[in-house]
Design a protein. Structure first.
Lengths: 509, 131
């Protein structure tokens, strides 16, 4: 059964892999929706990441996801690991995970994403087999066989993979014939493990990383990564490189649970579009999620009145080419940076022969936009937090002014705005004072570079904005409104970011 | 050259701009255009997109703007079958998106205040005392 060679897997349409996508914290619901819309599968979202299963042959489609930072393929889940009280014992337990996993499917997925000149065998090197021929894997791992609901469901429905999953250390040993020559050739160098191994070009370079959460561990993540990587190296005979690695094996430990993944992206996908980063540039993945929750329709006018480096309008123009995109900023440097980013991207697109993006840039003041009343469908913006840019005191004046101006320009009833800020007190106060113009639809709490920020999705009410045109700036919170029937505030509050929805089972034939 | 082609002031954008943010200006629409450099650059024709945009436009402002840019062959009115009238859509496409102002000014029709256009970017900032 362990003879499921690497080639068989890629051709068999029934083989599924589990993908882990990391997400800016707080936007998990948006990512869940995007995965559903673009890949047609449901996902399990937890803080900071989403897990979902797709056929191995479709794995590259994951690159279409715009709201995710990094992609990993899951090797195996361990639902319950019992660590001894001492550090050395715990590390030994971690090391024993290495031969308990099957790397066939993950490496198949990996080779679709990352180019490596040689075939990478998912089987252990001969040296490892020689050393471990007599032993049987011991250890006190209780749940090595994917005990809990989600993982088990999927495994049970896929005969091919479940066979693989059952493949433990001993069965691998029957397979030394499958090993490639290159691996055998490396054997001679394996005898003295502590000595530095020579670099073998036909083998990939790898590094091991560990992310540990939970307090009841007698070891640190670095120690775990070090030991785990050491055993992996013994197992495969791969080269080690912390920086120029082809394969990154990640050990995620959360309390008694653990899972192992292999990285599919060498660089976070958030670096895809922006070339000139400013002091407060938003990650495009965050931008995308903000735009996604606005549900932009073809023909909508989308505006970022405070665009800064232009990340938001650029992301919008790329992903919603059927809409009109305008943006502006008050600051010389900001709109110039936006212009450079747009130019740079269009240069890239010109080379690739892709259609260029179309964004109209202005220099303007958000509190007096030169736009007609009742015109813009979607405002998406990142207000100054009052930390790196502006100050909290400025915000108390700025936020209400901005919201009022956006209310004037927004389409009544259908217009919506997605506002990101860390100054939650000020924005909440401003919104509370403007319930007649803006209605809150939902709020997401997100993590922006370590700052806890809020994303407010608000909808324009049907009330007519009628602050006197001549003294718009002068009047304070006394903007006169005609109709007065906006009703109570529709406050959906924080969308639960932890939708514990089960993974739909991927049935196979 | 390639850069300036992209960030541009065209009649489509002109159509949504108003100068009523200036103190004392009530309508401020449509803005006058004083162009010193006008460029026509070909762009991909997307009839669906143009068709969707037509109802949003103030067509008289397009006509007025086109005249100020020295364009001829401007349909005075939107035909009722504009969504399927390809000839009209092509004309609209050219007028709205392909003709761009690189350098010049936008002018408030009431106060005469000028908003400079440099390199295709309009500076719509006002001074403190104007708001």
């Amino acid at each position: 059964m362990a003879n499921t060679g690497s080639n068989m897997c890629s051709e068999n349409p029934d083989v599924y892999c589990e993908i882990e996508a990391t997400v800016p914290t707080g936007f998990e619901p948006a990512t869940k929706q995007e995965i559903q819309d673009k890949l047609g599968v449901s996902s399990v979202v937890e803080r900071g990441h989403a897990l979902f299963k797709i056929p191995v042959k479709d794995a590259l489609k994951c690159l279409e996801l715009q709201s995710v930072d990094n992609l990993y393929v899951v090797v195996k889940h361990f639902e319950h690991i019992e660590y001894p009280d001492d550090k050395d014992g715990s590390l030994q337990v971690i090391g024993e995970l290495v031969p308990k996993m099957d790397y066939t499917v993950p490496l198949n997925v990996w080779k679709q994403f990352i180019h490596f000149d040689h075939e990478v065998s998912p089987l252990p090197c001969k040296n490892w087999l020689d050393q471990h021929a007599a032993e049987t894997p011991c250890g006190n791992i209780k749940g090595g066989e994917l005990e809990l609901s989600d993982s088990e469901n999927v495994v049970a429905k896929k005969p091919k993979c479940s066979e693989i999953d059952n493949m433990d250390g001993p069965s691998v040993k029957n397979d030394s014939t499958v090993n490639t020559n290159s691996i055998e050739s490396s054997v001679s160098t394996q005898d003295a493990p502590p000595a530095k191994q020579p670099w073998i070009d036909s083998l990939p370079a790898f590094r091991a990383t560990c992310y540990r959460t939970g307090s009841n561990h007698a070891f640190q993540s670095q120690q775990a990564a070090h030991h785990f990587g050491g055993i992996l190296q013994d197992y495969f005979g791969w080269n080690v490189s912390m920086k120029q690695f082809d394969i990154e094996v990640v050990l995620n430990i959360t309390g008694p649970k653990a899972y192992v993944t292999v990285g599919l992206t060498k660089q976070s996908r958030h670096k895809r579009h922006i070339s000139h980063f400013g002091p407060t540039t938003l990650r495009p993945t965050i931008c995308f999620s903000m735009l996604y929750i606005c549900q932009i329709q073809p023909g909508d006018v989308v505006c970022d009145p405070m665009c800064g480096g232009g990340s938001l309008p650029i992301e919008a123009a790329i992903n919603w080419p059927q809409s009109v995109h305008i943006c502006g900023d008050i600051h010389d440097k900001a709109y110039n940076r936006a212009k450079m980013n747009i130019d740079c991207l269009n240069n890239k697109y010109e080379i690739k022969g892709k259609p260029k993006i179309d964004i109209q840039v202005f220099q303007w003041n958000t509190c007096s936009l030169p736009l007609q009343d009742n015109y813009v469908d979607v405002f998406v913006t990142d207000l100054p937090f009052g930390r790196r840019s502006g100050s909290k005191a400025d915000n108390r004046k700025l936020y209400p002014d901005v919201l009022r101006e956006l209310a004037r320009v927004s389409k009544r009833s259908t217009g919506r705005a997605c506002i990101l800020t860390q100054d939650k007190r000020t924005i909440q106060r401003a919104l509370d004072g403007m319930q007649k113009l803006w209605k809150r639809r939902s709020t997401f709490w997100v993590n922006i570079g370590g700052l806890a920020a809020g994303v407010y999705l608000i909808q324009r009410t049907k009330n007519v904005y009628s602050a006197g045109k001549d003294n718009r700036k002068g009047e304070d919170d006394s903007n006169k409104l005609e109709e007065d029937n906006s009703g109570g505030e529709n406050d959906n509050k924080t969308n639960s970011t932890k939708d514990e929805e089960k993974v739909t089972e991927n049935t196979i034939n | 050259m390639f850069f300036t082609k992209l960030l541009k002031m065209n009649l489509f954008t002109h159509n949504m701009l108003t100068s009523n943010i200036i103190k004392g200006v009530t309508k401020g629409y449509p803005l006058g255009i004083e162009a010193t450099e006008v460029k026509t650059s070909e762009r991909e024709f997307n009839p669906d997109f143009i068709g969707r945009m037509i109802p949003r436009l103030e067509w008289p402002a397009v006509v007025e703007g086109a005249k100020m840019l020295g364009q001829d062959a401007v349909p005075e009115e939107v035909p009722s079958d504009y969504e399927t009238n390809e000839e009209f859509l092509k004309q609209a496409h050219r007028l709205l998106l392909e003709v761009t102002v690189q350098e010049g000014n936008l002018i408030c029709p009431e106060s005469g205040r000028k908003f400079p256009i440099t390199n295709g970017i309009a500076n719509m900032l006002l001074k403190e005392d104007e708001t």
